[in-house]
Structure formats: C-alpha cells, structure tokens
Design a protein around this ligand. Structure first.
Ligand code: NAD
Ligand code: WQD
Length: 342
C-alpha cells in the first residue's frame, strides 16, 4: 500500500481528498497546524471510510518539526500539498504573512521530499494564477497575467519554485493542479467546508444566508457583459476535485508522466453566473433565497472557466457533478453542521 502525506488534511479540499485516497486503497498521514480547521473532521473521515488518519499538528514553516514527521514515516512516497492560507482579501492586508506561510511551507516540504526520496509531489494551485485573462476558456498554456493579490502571487511563485526545483531533482515528478471554484460537500454531509475564519465564497455565503447565519446574499454586480449581467465562474464539486488528486497520483505512480512537471486545469469546463447559482440553490432546496443586487466587488473578473480536456484525456478524469449537486450537498452540509439535519 502506498503511503501519502496530505498537508492541509484537516482543511476543506484536503479532507475530501483523504476520503477519496482511502477509498482507493492509499494509506494517508496528514500534517495540518489547524490554523483554519479542526481535527473534528478526522472523525467524519472515519465515519465515512472506517479508517483512522493521524494528523500531525505541525506548522510546515517549522523545519525541525516537519522533518520529524518524515523521520517517523520514511516510507512516504506521495505528497499532496494543500496547506496554505487562501483568503484573497487577507493576503492584501497581510502580504508578508501569506508569502511566509505559503512559500516557507512549500520550500521545507520540497526539501524534505528530496531528502527522504519521496518521488511524487502534487501542488494545489489556482485559476488565480491566470490573473485577469480574457482568453476563454482558459487552457493550461494561457499566459499568466499580473497576479491580482499576494495570495495569487504565492501560487504563481509556488509553481515557479517547483519548476526550478524539478531541474535538480530528476527522480521526482510534480503535478500542478489549478482549481477553479471548488464548492459542495461529501454526499454523507459528515464533512464539508468548515473554516475557522468567516467564509466569503459564494456557495457558503448562500447556504449560511439560507440557514439564517447571514441576513442576505449581496450579488456583486449585475451590469457585466454576461448573459444575465452577473459574473461567470466554473464551480467544481469538491469530490470531483478530490478524485482528480487520486488520479494524478496514480498517473505518477504508473510512470505515465515523462516530463518532470506538468500542469492541469480542474474545472467542469462550463461557466455559471452568480444568479444561475442562486437559482440552482433555490431549485434544489425548494426555498427562496434572500438576495439583493449590490455594487461590483473590486478585483472581480467578469468571467473565467476552464478548458479541462487535458485532465480528461491524460488523467482519465471526468467531473461527475454540476451546480445542482454542488448546491444540494452544500445545503445538506450546512444543515448538518447547524444541527438541523435528520
Ligand atoms: P483550507 O483553509 O480549508 O485548508 C488548508 C489547510 O492548511 C487548513 O486546514 C490549514 O489549517 C492548513 N495550513 C495552512 N497553513 C499551514 C501551515 N503552515 N502548516 C500546516 N498546515 C497549514 O483551504 P482549502 O480550500 O482546502 O484549500 C486547499 C488548497 O487549495 C490551498 O492551497 C488553496 O490555496 C488551494 N485552492 C483553494 C481554492 C478554494 O477556493 N478553496 C481554490 C483554488 C486553490
Ligand atoms: C464567486 C462569484 C463574486 C460572494 C476565489 C478566489 C480564487 C479561488 C477561488 C483560491 C464572483 C460572486 C461572491 C458574494 C457574490 N481561490 N459573489 N456575492 O472570487 O471567483 O474566486 O475563490 O485559489 O483565487 O479569488 O470566488 O466565491 O468569492 O466568488 O456575488 O457574497 O460570486 O463576485 O463572481 P472567486 P467567490
């Protein structure tokens, strides 16, 4: 059985990926310092899979502590690196904190991977690396525009660091995965998005409004040049995203990747407007949502969605869920965590 280190394993995408990895026969250890999560999620993972995962509450910026985890598990062969700070707005307020956390953590992990000869490395990147691109759908070769935040810059720099490091690590293989807009929750509603800091992404804002934690959803602009005037995004179900990681890892294990690094877009390949997302929520929850049109949000791009054909053909990956399933599972999760589910 292959042992995989998942960093950020108590976080949103990491926890769902652990479920998919365990269900596909991998053994998992996690490093997560719990700065945006809790270890409660490990219980949810156990209930879903019947398997216990050990988390080391270690900060990846702490070299000695990170090394100790590798010393305890010298048989780690794959690393999936989710751990990062991810709030675009916070990164504008605290750029050094973002550079230190996201880049130091990556540097330490890469060095450990080299020293302990862990050959497969998967990095969480983001569609934000493309900046304000107008080339749609976005393909992996679409040139990067200026990063719109320090957060986005940590992803551009992270990708570049890995590419530079790959030059001197010929026995390692790297995959950079650029996620579009992850949303939704595990079908069981036992795990989902549970950040310690307030959510500001559209889907949790919608479900938190519907449950009564927020008074309303403010739609950031309806005067964009789109089919209904609101912005277009590519919302991808978190379990589809999770499965892409398992497939990427298997692709590396099967020695299918000749170049030292490669990059894949992970989106469903379709754009959904903010108003369409709201109406999908109303449809699947059978309730009206209290929303109001507000001003545009500074920094928002009009539209962005992925060309996902590369992941489909090389990783043999197909997203299975659309916006209705995203809203249905996100809503079940919101009800579960608010103690309102049956
Ligand atoms: P998340 O905040 O839920 O999970 C990240 C986890 O990493 C958290 O549990 C946090 O406690 C941990 N962490 C952060 N810094 C750490 C450190 N120095 N040492 C150890 N643990 C640390 O975020 P997520 O939504 O699951 O995102 C996972 C990855 O995917 C991140 O790299 C993020 O930038 C990237 N990403 C997320 C989105 C999104 O919209 N959720 C989109 C594109 C890319
Ligand atoms: C989606 C749409 C908003 C909230 C962010 C990061 C990106 C990536 C994914 C990490 C937009 C609209 C939102 C609300 C609204 N993350 N909206 N009212 O900005 O596309 O992408 O998450 O890598 O880097 O920037 O996601 O969920 O914030 O917004 O109208 O209260 O919903 O304007 O059109 P975004 P989002």
């Amino acid at each position: 059985m292959k042992k995989v280190l998942v960093t950020g394993g108590c976080g949103y995408i990491g926890s769902h990926t652990i479920v998919d990895l365990l269900n596909n026969g991998f053994e998992v250890v996690s490093i997560d310092n719990l700065c945006n999560s809790t270890e409660e999620v490990l219980e949810g993972i156990f209930q879903i899979t019947g398997k216990r995962v050990r988390n080391y509450a270690v900060d990846l910026c702490d070299w000695d502590a990170t090394m100790q985890v590798f010393s305890a598990h010298p048989d780690i062969s794959g690393i999936i690196h989710f751990a990062a700070l991810k709030s675009v707005g916070d990164s504008v307020e605290q750029p050094l904190r973002y550079f230190r956390n996201n880049l130091d953590g990556l540097l330490n992990l890469l060095q450990c991977a080299q020293e302990f000869e862990a050959p497969y490395f998967i990095f969480s990147s983001s569609c934000s690396v493309y900046g304000n691109t107008t080339a749609l759908p976005v393909v992996e070769d679409t040139p990067f525009e200026e990063a719109q935040s320090p957060y986005a810059r940590t992803k551009q720099m992270g990708e570049q660091i890995i590419r530079d490091f790959s030059v001197v690590t010929p026995d390692m293989r790297y995959i950079l995965l650029r996620y579009f807009n992850p949303a939704g929750a595990h079908e069981s509603a036992l795990i989902g998005e549970a950040p310690s800091s307030p959510a500001n992404n559209l889907v949790p804002v919608i479900t938190e409004t519907a449950i009564g934690k927020r008074p309303e959803v403010l739609v950031f602009g309806d005067d964009y040049p789109t089919r209904d005037g609101s912005c277009v995004r590519d919302y991808i179900h978190v379990m589809d995203l999770a499965n892409a990681h398992t497939r990427a890892l298997q692709y590396l294990i099967d020695q299918k990747q000749a170049p030292r690094w490669d990059v894949f877009n992970l989106g469903i390949g379709e754009g959904v407007t903010v108003l369409e997302a709201i109406h999908a929520f109303e449809r699947v929850s059978s309730q009206k949502l209290n929303y109001r049109i507000g001003p545009r949000r500074p920094g928002d791009v009009v539209a962005v969605y992925a060309d996902n054909r590369k992941a489909a053909s090389l990783l043999d990956w197909q997203p299975r869920y659309g916006i209705d399933e995203i809203m249905r599972t996100a809503w079940r999760w919101e009800q579960h965590r608010s103690g309102l589910s049956d």
